[in-house]
Design a protein around this ligand. Structure first.
Ligand SMILES: Nc1nc2c(ncn2[C@@H]2O[C@H](COP(=O)(O)OP(=O)(O)OP(=O)(O)O)[C@@H](O)[C@H]2O)c(=O)[nH]1
Ligand SMILES: [Mg+2]
Length: 339
């Protein structure tokens, strides 16, 4: 296959399950541009089938190890799986310890598994958009379960994972700070809590702390992510869409596969629960509203930059700083330039 293929040729190959075409397509959406835009337009009608599973948590909690275990379990059950690692230090992207590499290489020969890491270059907004696009490609390629690993340190990474259909938050004992989850906002996005490294001391304390937090948060509406205007409109018909789902805490020893079947069962239970009573449709509406909003924001920013050269903007900032112009008047001038 030539290094660059036009979307018209790439799309049918990708849809028929050609892994090389999928790889190329992901590279294209990472780069962005018109070809990527055409590519996405072509595959979009074929998306909406795969179940997206976000896996997030503090660095080193065992997310990649857990993902490896989940992939193996799904393969044993005969399902195809894709993994997208949005994580510079992930074994999937090469920063691996030998043991992880060995575990991963067991999967890499399997045609039912596709593993890819996203380059964390550029702005986080750009990464979120590229990740969302890559997920669409994996979905169109027909993968039944799509796992997204992000390191839950920044809001953007948490949101990437939180935008999945089912979000698994991974903790580990002995990280020193059991209320880490609240700070990073992961309590609001978790559908399933996993305390990994259950072979380590302090596991019951971590489980207890999480259960206490969940108990305190009971009844509070789940917040998928910060709602923008479009999302508020889209969410309007469904109030508190997470009503009735009780987030539970599970223990795993991902390194030896311990507890993995229970996590698979819980993910599938959540999937079935979503499918009832229009909840999945509601969540999809939110996801799509968020997607449109992200694109509009990025495009507005791009147009602003294009319409207003950096030195003009600097001059405006200077005027405002000197109190000769107020910020609203400055913003109006920027918007006027965009026409
Ligand atoms: N004791 C113990 N160690 C584990 C377990 N699961 C993973 N580890 C080890 O913990 C370390 C980190 O595991 P990873 O799977 O790379 O963790 P991660 O959360 O993906 O790490 P980052 O992507 O860097 O944030 C590795 O040395 C694993 O072998 C477990 O259940 N018990
Ligand atoms: Mg990792």
């Amino acid at each position: 296959m030539p290094r660059t293929l036009p979307p018209s040729q790439l799309i049918p190959r990708l849809l028929s399950g050609d892994r090389l075409a999928l790889s190329r397509a992901i590279s294209q959406v990472e780069e962005g541009g018109d070809e990527a835009r055409d590519l996405l337009a072509g595959i979009f009608p074929h998306t909406g089938r795969g179940h997206l599973i976000g896996i997030t948590g503090a660095p080193g909690t065992g997310k990649s190890t857990l993902v490896t275990g989940l992939v193996q379990a799904y393969r044993t059950a005969g399902q195809t799986v894709a993994v997208l690692a949005v994580d510079p230090s992930s074994p999937f992207s090469g920063g691996a310890l030998l043991g992880d590499r060995v575990r991963m290489s067991k999967l890499s020969g399997d045609a039912g598994v596709f593993i890819r890491s996203m380059a964390t270059r550029g702005s986080l907004g750009g990464l979120a958009a590229a990740t969302a696009d890559a997920l669409l490609l994996l979905d169109a390629a027909g993968y039944e379960r799509i796992l997204i690993e992000t390191v839950g340190v920044g809001q953007a990474e948490v949101e990437i994972a939180g935008a999945a259909h089912t979000t698994v938050v991974v903790e580990a004992p002995g990280l020193g700070d059991e209320v880490q989850a609240i700070k990073a906002g992961v309590l609001e996005i978790a559908d399933i809590f996993v305390v990994n490294k259950a072979d380590r001391p302090g596991v019951e304390r971590t489980v207890g702390a999480l259960e206490l937090m969940l108990h305190m948060a009971e009844g509070a509406p789940r917040q998928l992510f910060h709602h923008g205007l479009l999302m508020e409109i889209a969410a309007a018909p469904v109030e508190n869409e997470n009503d009735g789902w009780r987030v539970q805490v599970f223990k795993t020893v991902a390194a030896s596969g311990g507890g993995i079947p229970a996590i698979i069962a819980e993910i599938e239970r959540h999937r079935a629960w979503l499918a009832e009573n229009g909840r999945l449709a509601a969540r999809e509406r939110l996801r799509m509203a968020r997607s449109i909003e992200q694109i509009v924001q990025a495009e507005l920013l791009r147009r602003t930059r294009a319409a207003l050269p950096a030195d003009n903007l600097a001059a405006l900032v200077e005027e405002v700083t000197a109190r000769r112009l107020d910020p609203y008047a400055a913003a109006e001038r920027v918007l006027a330039r965009m026409g």
